[in-house]
Write a protein that binds this ligand. Structure first.
Ligand SMILES: NC(=O)c1ccc[n+]([C@@H]2O[C@H](COP(=O)([O-])OP(=O)(O)OC[C@H]3O[C@@H](n4cnc5c(N)ncnc54)[C@H](OP(=O)(O)O)[C@@H]3O)[C@@H](O)[C@H]2O)c1
Length: 361
Protein backbone atom coordinates (compact mmCIF):
# COMPACT_ATOMS: atom_id res chain seq x y z
CA UNK A 1 0.00 0.00 0.00
CA UNK A 2 1.15 3.50 -0.82
CA UNK A 3 1.00 6.25 1.74
CA UNK A 4 -0.44 9.67 1.08
CA UNK A 5 -1.34 12.77 3.08
CA UNK A 6 -4.28 15.13 3.43
CA UNK A 7 -4.75 18.59 4.94
CA UNK A 8 -7.62 17.96 7.34
CA UNK A 9 -9.55 20.70 9.15
CA UNK A 10 -12.04 20.75 11.97
CA UNK A 11 -15.43 21.45 10.33
CA UNK A 12 -16.51 23.83 13.09
CA UNK A 13 -13.12 25.47 13.69
CA UNK A 14 -11.34 26.01 10.39
CA UNK A 15 -8.26 27.32 12.22
CA UNK A 16 -7.66 23.80 13.58
CA UNK A 17 -5.81 21.86 10.90
CA UNK A 18 -3.37 18.98 10.57
CA UNK A 19 -1.54 17.13 7.82
CA UNK A 20 -2.68 13.53 8.20
CA UNK A 21 -1.01 10.45 6.67
CA UNK A 22 -3.24 7.75 5.25
CA UNK A 23 -2.90 4.56 3.25
CA UNK A 24 -4.13 4.51 -0.34
CA UNK A 25 -6.30 1.50 -1.20
CA UNK A 26 -5.40 -0.82 -4.07
CA UNK A 27 -7.13 0.43 -7.24
CA UNK A 28 -10.31 -1.32 -8.32
CA UNK A 29 -10.82 -2.17 -11.99
CA UNK A 30 -11.69 1.08 -13.83
CA UNK A 31 -10.10 3.39 -11.24
CA UNK A 32 -7.10 5.68 -11.56
CA UNK A 33 -4.81 7.31 -9.01
CA UNK A 34 -4.19 11.04 -9.44
CA UNK A 35 -1.24 12.73 -7.76
CA UNK A 36 -2.14 16.33 -7.00
CA UNK A 37 0.54 18.57 -8.44
CA UNK A 38 -0.46 22.14 -7.50
CA UNK A 39 -3.51 24.17 -6.59
CA UNK A 40 -4.68 27.69 -5.73
CA UNK A 41 -5.98 28.95 -2.39
CA UNK A 42 -8.21 32.05 -2.20
CA UNK A 43 -11.08 33.20 0.03
CA UNK A 44 -13.32 30.99 -2.14
CA UNK A 45 -11.76 27.88 -0.58
CA UNK A 46 -12.32 29.27 2.91
CA UNK A 47 -15.99 29.76 1.95
CA UNK A 48 -16.16 26.08 0.92
CA UNK A 49 -15.23 25.31 4.52
CA UNK A 50 -17.55 27.89 6.10
CA UNK A 51 -20.60 26.60 4.20
CA UNK A 52 -19.29 23.02 3.97
CA UNK A 53 -22.18 21.57 5.92
CA UNK A 54 -24.91 23.74 4.39
CA UNK A 55 -23.94 23.42 0.72
CA UNK A 56 -22.26 20.02 0.90
CA UNK A 57 -18.60 20.79 0.21
CA UNK A 58 -17.43 18.26 2.82
CA UNK A 59 -19.03 15.50 0.74
CA UNK A 60 -16.49 15.67 -2.11
CA UNK A 61 -13.49 14.24 -0.26
CA UNK A 62 -14.83 12.69 2.94
CA UNK A 63 -12.61 11.54 5.80
CA UNK A 64 -13.44 8.83 8.30
CA UNK A 65 -12.92 10.88 11.44
CA UNK A 66 -16.13 12.51 12.69
CA UNK A 67 -16.14 16.33 12.70
CA UNK A 68 -13.20 16.57 10.26
CA UNK A 69 -13.21 17.52 6.60
CA UNK A 70 -11.09 18.36 3.57
CA UNK A 71 -11.50 21.67 1.78
CA UNK A 72 -11.60 21.32 -2.01
CA UNK A 73 -9.21 23.29 -4.24
CA UNK A 74 -8.83 23.93 -7.98
CA UNK A 75 -5.64 22.76 -9.62
CA UNK A 76 -3.73 20.19 -11.66
CA UNK A 77 -2.95 16.54 -11.02
CA UNK A 78 -1.16 13.76 -12.91
CA UNK A 79 -2.37 10.19 -13.27
CA UNK A 80 0.32 8.01 -11.67
CA UNK A 81 -1.48 4.66 -11.80
CA UNK A 82 -4.32 3.44 -13.97
CA UNK A 83 -6.61 0.44 -14.11
CA UNK A 84 -8.83 2.24 -16.62
CA UNK A 85 -8.39 1.35 -20.30
CA UNK A 86 -9.26 4.89 -21.47
CA UNK A 87 -6.83 6.77 -19.21
CA UNK A 88 -3.08 6.28 -19.25
CA UNK A 89 -0.43 7.04 -16.69
CA UNK A 90 1.04 10.47 -17.35
CA UNK A 91 -2.34 12.03 -18.21
CA UNK A 92 -2.72 15.54 -16.72
CA UNK A 93 -6.06 16.80 -15.41
CA UNK A 94 -7.39 20.19 -14.32
CA UNK A 95 -10.23 20.26 -11.83
CA UNK A 96 -11.41 19.93 -8.27
CA UNK A 97 -9.04 18.20 -5.81
CA UNK A 98 -8.69 17.58 -2.12
CA UNK A 99 -6.05 19.61 -0.28
CA UNK A 100 -3.85 16.57 -0.21
CA UNK A 101 -1.41 14.48 -2.19
CA UNK A 102 -3.65 11.99 -4.03
CA UNK A 103 -7.17 11.17 -5.20
CA UNK A 104 -8.54 7.81 -6.30
CA UNK A 105 -10.98 8.48 -9.16
CA UNK A 106 -13.48 6.47 -11.17
CA UNK A 107 -13.41 8.09 -14.63
CA UNK A 108 -16.70 8.05 -16.46
CA UNK A 109 -18.17 9.82 -19.53
CA UNK A 110 -14.61 9.94 -20.88
CA UNK A 111 -14.33 12.27 -23.90
CA UNK A 112 -11.11 13.28 -25.67
CA UNK A 113 -10.71 16.48 -23.64
CA UNK A 114 -12.92 15.81 -20.61
CA UNK A 115 -14.00 13.21 -18.07
CA UNK A 116 -16.16 13.00 -14.96
CA UNK A 117 -15.28 11.42 -11.65
CA UNK A 118 -18.06 8.87 -11.39
CA UNK A 119 -17.26 7.74 -7.85
CA UNK A 120 -20.55 6.89 -6.10
CA UNK A 121 -20.37 9.43 -3.26
CA UNK A 122 -20.08 12.36 -5.73
CA UNK A 123 -23.04 11.35 -7.90
CA UNK A 124 -25.49 13.80 -6.31
CA UNK A 125 -23.06 16.75 -6.25
CA UNK A 126 -23.10 19.54 -8.89
CA UNK A 127 -21.61 18.24 -12.16
CA UNK A 128 -19.38 21.33 -12.57
CA UNK A 129 -17.28 20.08 -9.67
CA UNK A 130 -17.12 16.49 -10.94
CA UNK A 131 -15.83 17.44 -14.41
CA UNK A 132 -12.10 17.29 -15.21
CA UNK A 133 -10.27 18.67 -18.23
CA UNK A 134 -7.78 16.35 -19.95
CA UNK A 135 -5.63 19.35 -20.64
CA UNK A 136 -3.13 17.93 -23.13
CA UNK A 137 -5.98 17.13 -25.53
CA UNK A 138 -7.63 20.53 -25.15
CA UNK A 139 -7.86 22.85 -28.10
CA UNK A 140 -5.32 25.63 -27.62
CA UNK A 141 -4.11 24.43 -24.19
CA UNK A 142 -1.42 26.84 -23.00
CA UNK A 143 0.60 25.64 -19.98
CA UNK A 144 1.87 29.19 -19.54
CA UNK A 145 -1.61 30.01 -18.24
CA UNK A 146 -1.76 27.20 -15.66
CA UNK A 147 -1.31 29.56 -12.70
CA UNK A 148 -4.09 31.89 -13.84
CA UNK A 149 -6.29 28.90 -14.54
CA UNK A 150 -5.93 27.63 -10.97
CA UNK A 151 -6.32 31.03 -9.30
CA UNK A 152 -8.79 32.78 -11.59
CA UNK A 153 -10.80 30.33 -13.70
CA UNK A 154 -13.31 29.16 -11.03
CA UNK A 155 -13.79 32.77 -9.91
CA UNK A 156 -13.99 34.43 -13.32
CA UNK A 157 -16.34 31.70 -14.57
CA UNK A 158 -18.60 32.77 -11.68
CA UNK A 159 -18.09 36.41 -12.70
CA UNK A 160 -19.25 35.52 -16.18
CA UNK A 161 -22.31 33.77 -14.69
CA UNK A 162 -23.10 36.91 -12.69
CA UNK A 163 -22.86 39.11 -15.76
CA UNK A 164 -24.99 36.68 -17.79
CA UNK A 165 -27.59 36.40 -15.00
CA UNK A 166 -27.77 40.19 -14.49
CA UNK A 167 -28.08 40.94 -18.19
CA UNK A 168 -30.68 38.20 -18.60
CA UNK A 169 -32.73 40.03 -15.94
CA UNK A 170 -32.35 43.44 -17.62
CA UNK A 171 -30.00 44.45 -14.78
CA UNK A 172 -33.06 44.25 -12.48
CA UNK A 173 -33.85 47.80 -13.61
CA UNK A 174 -30.68 49.12 -11.96
CA UNK A 175 -28.52 51.96 -13.20
CA UNK A 176 -25.67 51.13 -10.80
CA UNK A 177 -24.16 47.83 -9.70
CA UNK A 178 -22.75 47.95 -6.19
CA UNK A 179 -20.13 45.29 -5.41
CA UNK A 180 -19.05 44.85 -1.77
CA UNK A 181 -15.65 43.17 -1.28
CA UNK A 182 -14.66 44.77 -4.57
CA UNK A 183 -11.03 43.68 -4.18
CA UNK A 184 -11.91 39.97 -4.33
CA UNK A 185 -11.01 38.25 -7.57
CA UNK A 186 -14.62 37.18 -8.20
CA UNK A 187 -15.61 40.87 -7.92
CA UNK A 188 -12.78 41.96 -10.20
CA UNK A 189 -13.80 39.38 -12.81
CA UNK A 190 -17.38 40.63 -12.56
CA UNK A 191 -16.15 44.17 -13.20
CA UNK A 192 -14.22 42.97 -16.30
CA UNK A 193 -17.37 41.27 -17.62
CA UNK A 194 -19.65 44.28 -17.06
CA UNK A 195 -17.06 46.67 -18.50
CA UNK A 196 -17.04 44.75 -21.78
CA UNK A 197 -20.72 45.55 -22.28
CA UNK A 198 -21.46 49.19 -23.13
CA UNK A 199 -25.11 48.62 -22.14
CA UNK A 200 -24.19 47.58 -18.58
CA UNK A 201 -24.89 49.92 -15.63
CA UNK A 202 -22.07 51.79 -13.93
CA UNK A 203 -19.98 49.93 -11.36
CA UNK A 204 -19.48 50.95 -7.74
CA UNK A 205 -16.84 48.96 -5.85
CA UNK A 206 -17.05 48.92 -2.05
CA UNK A 207 -13.96 47.86 -0.16
CA UNK A 208 -11.85 48.23 2.98
CA UNK A 209 -9.31 51.02 3.56
CA UNK A 210 -6.44 48.53 3.31
CA UNK A 211 -7.50 47.42 -0.17
CA UNK A 212 -8.58 50.81 -1.52
CA UNK A 213 -5.31 51.48 -3.31
CA UNK A 214 -5.32 48.08 -5.03
CA UNK A 215 -8.93 48.56 -6.17
CA UNK A 216 -8.27 52.08 -7.46
CA UNK A 217 -5.22 50.83 -9.36
CA UNK A 218 -7.43 48.41 -11.32
CA UNK A 219 -9.27 51.35 -12.85
CA UNK A 220 -12.29 49.09 -13.41
CA UNK A 221 -14.96 50.54 -11.12
CA UNK A 222 -16.55 53.90 -11.92
CA UNK A 223 -16.54 54.72 -8.19
CA UNK A 224 -14.67 53.17 -5.27
CA UNK A 225 -16.26 53.65 -1.84
CA UNK A 226 -14.93 52.55 1.57
CA UNK A 227 -17.18 50.56 3.91
CA UNK A 228 -17.09 53.49 6.35
CA UNK A 229 -18.33 55.92 3.66
CA UNK A 230 -21.35 53.99 2.31
CA UNK A 231 -23.91 56.57 3.52
CA UNK A 232 -22.05 59.56 2.06
CA UNK A 233 -20.47 57.95 -1.01
CA UNK A 234 -23.36 56.05 -2.59
CA UNK A 235 -26.11 57.87 -4.50
CA UNK A 236 -29.33 56.37 -3.11
CA UNK A 237 -31.40 58.07 -5.82
CA UNK A 238 -30.02 55.65 -8.42
CA UNK A 239 -31.71 52.22 -8.65
CA UNK A 240 -29.15 49.61 -7.64
CA UNK A 241 -28.28 45.97 -8.12
CA UNK A 242 -26.01 44.67 -5.35
CA UNK A 243 -23.67 41.79 -6.17
CA UNK A 244 -22.33 40.92 -2.76
CA UNK A 245 -19.09 39.00 -2.25
CA UNK A 246 -18.74 39.95 1.43
CA UNK A 247 -21.70 38.27 3.17
CA UNK A 248 -21.26 41.02 5.77
CA UNK A 249 -24.72 41.40 7.40
CA UNK A 250 -24.18 44.88 8.91
CA UNK A 251 -22.78 46.26 5.62
CA UNK A 252 -25.61 44.83 3.50
CA UNK A 253 -28.10 46.11 6.10
CA UNK A 254 -26.65 49.63 5.78
CA UNK A 255 -26.84 49.46 1.97
CA UNK A 256 -30.45 48.24 2.06
CA UNK A 257 -31.47 50.92 4.57
CA UNK A 258 -29.80 53.64 2.48
CA UNK A 259 -31.25 52.51 -0.86
CA UNK A 260 -34.74 51.47 0.30
CA UNK A 261 -37.01 51.03 -2.74
CA UNK A 262 -34.04 51.68 -5.00
CA UNK A 263 -32.45 48.43 -3.83
CA UNK A 264 -33.80 46.47 -6.77
CA UNK A 265 -32.05 43.15 -6.16
CA UNK A 266 -29.22 41.68 -4.11
CA UNK A 267 -27.31 38.65 -5.31
CA UNK A 268 -25.71 36.94 -2.30
CA UNK A 269 -22.62 35.47 -3.91
CA UNK A 270 -19.87 35.21 -1.31
CA UNK A 271 -18.91 35.49 2.32
CA UNK A 272 -15.36 36.85 2.30
CA UNK A 273 -16.24 38.59 5.64
CA UNK A 274 -17.35 35.23 7.05
CA UNK A 275 -16.89 36.35 10.66
CA UNK A 276 -18.78 39.68 10.36
CA UNK A 277 -22.23 38.50 11.41
CA UNK A 278 -25.38 37.66 9.47
CA UNK A 279 -28.10 39.80 7.95
CA UNK A 280 -29.95 42.16 10.30
CA UNK A 281 -33.38 43.84 10.42
CA UNK A 282 -32.57 46.21 7.54
CA UNK A 283 -31.97 43.32 5.13
CA UNK A 284 -34.59 43.30 2.36
CA UNK A 285 -34.98 39.56 2.07
CA UNK A 286 -37.79 39.56 -0.50
CA UNK A 287 -35.53 41.13 -3.15
CA UNK A 288 -32.41 39.13 -2.27
CA UNK A 289 -31.36 35.61 -3.20
CA UNK A 290 -28.37 33.38 -2.98
CA UNK A 291 -26.39 32.95 -6.19
CA UNK A 292 -24.85 29.56 -6.90
CA UNK A 293 -22.69 29.52 -10.04
CA UNK A 294 -22.92 25.71 -10.58
CA UNK A 295 -26.73 26.09 -10.60
CA UNK A 296 -26.56 28.87 -13.20
CA UNK A 297 -24.21 26.77 -15.35
CA UNK A 298 -26.59 23.78 -15.15
CA UNK A 299 -29.49 26.05 -16.19
CA UNK A 300 -27.54 27.38 -19.18
CA UNK A 301 -26.41 23.89 -20.14
CA UNK A 302 -30.05 22.79 -20.27
CA UNK A 303 -30.97 25.87 -22.37
CA UNK A 304 -27.94 26.14 -24.65
CA UNK A 305 -26.73 22.54 -24.86
CA UNK A 306 -23.68 20.84 -23.35
CA UNK A 307 -20.37 22.73 -23.44
CA UNK A 308 -21.71 26.04 -24.81
CA UNK A 309 -21.61 27.92 -21.52
CA UNK A 310 -18.14 26.50 -20.73
CA UNK A 311 -16.84 27.67 -24.10
CA UNK A 312 -18.11 31.22 -23.53
CA UNK A 313 -16.86 31.30 -19.93
CA UNK A 314 -13.48 29.91 -20.95
CA UNK A 315 -13.11 32.57 -23.64
CA UNK A 316 -14.03 35.30 -21.17
CA UNK A 317 -11.63 33.93 -18.51
CA UNK A 318 -8.71 33.72 -20.93
CA UNK A 319 -9.13 37.28 -22.08
CA UNK A 320 -9.67 38.65 -18.56
CA UNK A 321 -6.80 36.54 -17.17
CA UNK A 322 -4.43 38.04 -19.73
CA UNK A 323 -5.57 41.52 -18.67
CA UNK A 324 -5.14 40.50 -15.02
CA UNK A 325 -1.43 39.90 -15.60
CA UNK A 326 -1.12 43.68 -15.21
CA UNK A 327 -1.89 43.43 -11.48
CA UNK A 328 -1.96 39.79 -10.30
CA UNK A 329 1.15 38.52 -8.55
CA UNK A 330 1.25 34.72 -8.38
CA UNK A 331 3.02 33.56 -5.22
CA UNK A 332 4.19 29.96 -5.51
CA UNK A 333 5.16 27.89 -2.51
CA UNK A 334 5.89 24.26 -1.82
CA UNK A 335 5.53 21.71 0.95
CA UNK A 336 3.27 20.95 3.90
CA UNK A 337 4.62 23.86 5.96
CA UNK A 338 3.95 26.31 3.14
CA UNK A 339 0.40 24.99 2.72
CA UNK A 340 -0.29 25.55 6.44
CA UNK A 341 1.16 29.08 6.28
CA UNK A 342 -0.78 30.07 3.14
CA UNK A 343 -4.01 28.53 4.46
CA UNK A 344 -3.71 30.42 7.76
CA UNK A 345 -2.94 33.66 5.91
CA UNK A 346 -5.96 33.35 3.58
CA UNK A 347 -8.21 32.26 6.46
CA UNK A 348 -7.21 35.39 8.40
CA UNK A 349 -7.87 37.60 5.35
CA UNK A 350 -4.25 38.80 5.34
CA UNK A 351 -3.46 38.12 1.68
CA UNK A 352 -2.87 41.26 -0.37
CA UNK A 353 -5.64 41.79 -2.91
CA UNK A 354 -3.23 41.56 -5.85
CA UNK A 355 -1.76 38.21 -4.75
CA UNK A 356 -2.86 34.75 -5.86
CA UNK A 357 -1.38 31.79 -3.97
CA UNK A 358 -0.42 28.57 -5.71
CA UNK A 359 0.80 25.69 -3.55
CA UNK A 360 2.55 22.46 -4.53
CA UNK A 361 2.75 19.72 -1.93
N1 LIG B 1 -21.80 31.71 -5.13
C1 LIG B 1 -20.89 31.18 -5.95
O1 LIG B 1 -21.21 30.36 -6.80
C2 LIG B 1 -19.47 31.60 -5.83
C3 LIG B 1 -18.52 31.22 -6.80
C4 LIG B 1 -17.21 31.68 -6.69
C5 LIG B 1 -16.85 32.48 -5.61
N2 LIG B 1 -17.79 32.78 -4.68
C6 LIG B 1 -17.43 33.57 -3.49
O2 LIG B 1 -16.91 34.84 -3.77
C7 LIG B 1 -16.10 35.26 -2.64
C8 LIG B 1 -14.79 35.82 -3.16
O3 LIG B 1 -13.89 34.77 -3.39
P1 LIG B 1 -12.43 35.07 -4.03
O4 LIG B 1 -11.71 33.78 -4.01
O5 LIG B 1 -12.65 35.83 -5.27
O6 LIG B 1 -11.80 36.00 -2.92
P2 LIG B 1 -10.32 36.64 -2.85
O7 LIG B 1 -9.87 37.08 -4.16
O8 LIG B 1 -9.44 35.75 -2.06
O9 LIG B 1 -10.77 37.92 -1.98
C9 LIG B 1 -10.04 38.47 -1.00
C10 LIG B 1 -10.81 39.71 -0.50
O10 LIG B 1 -11.85 39.34 0.38
C11 LIG B 1 -11.86 40.21 1.54
N3 LIG B 1 -11.48 39.35 2.66
C12 LIG B 1 -10.91 38.12 2.56
N4 LIG B 1 -10.78 37.56 3.77
C13 LIG B 1 -11.27 38.43 4.66
C14 LIG B 1 -11.41 38.40 6.06
N5 LIG B 1 -11.04 37.34 6.81
N6 LIG B 1 -11.97 39.48 6.64
C15 LIG B 1 -12.36 40.53 5.90
N7 LIG B 1 -12.25 40.59 4.55
C16 LIG B 1 -11.72 39.55 3.94
C17 LIG B 1 -10.94 41.33 1.20
O11 LIG B 1 -11.70 42.23 0.39
P3 LIG B 1 -12.32 43.66 0.82
O12 LIG B 1 -11.31 44.33 1.66
O13 LIG B 1 -12.53 44.32 -0.53
O14 LIG B 1 -13.62 43.35 1.49
C18 LIG B 1 -9.91 40.60 0.32
O15 LIG B 1 -9.18 41.45 -0.54
C19 LIG B 1 -15.94 34.02 -1.76
O16 LIG B 1 -16.81 34.08 -0.64
C20 LIG B 1 -16.33 32.91 -2.70
O17 LIG B 1 -16.78 31.73 -2.08
C21 LIG B 1 -19.07 32.36 -4.77
Amino acid sequence: MKSAHQFVVDKTDLAAHAMVEHELPALAEGDVLAKVDRFAITANNITYGVVGERIGYWKFFPVAEAGKGIIPVWGFADIVESRNQDISEGERLYGYWPMGSHLVMTPTKVKPSRLMDGVAHRAELPPVYNAYSRVRAEDGYDPAMDDERMVLYPLYATSYCLYDFSKDNDWFGAAQVIIPSASSKTAIGTAYAFKEDPAAPKLVGVTSARNEEAVLALDLYDDVILYDDIETGIDSAIPALIIDMSGNGPIIGRLHRLLGENMRYTSNVGITHYDAGGMDGDYIQERSAMFFAPGHIQKRTAEWGPGVFEKKAFGFWKNAAIQSRGWLKIERSEGAGALARVYEEVLAGKTAANVGHVVAL
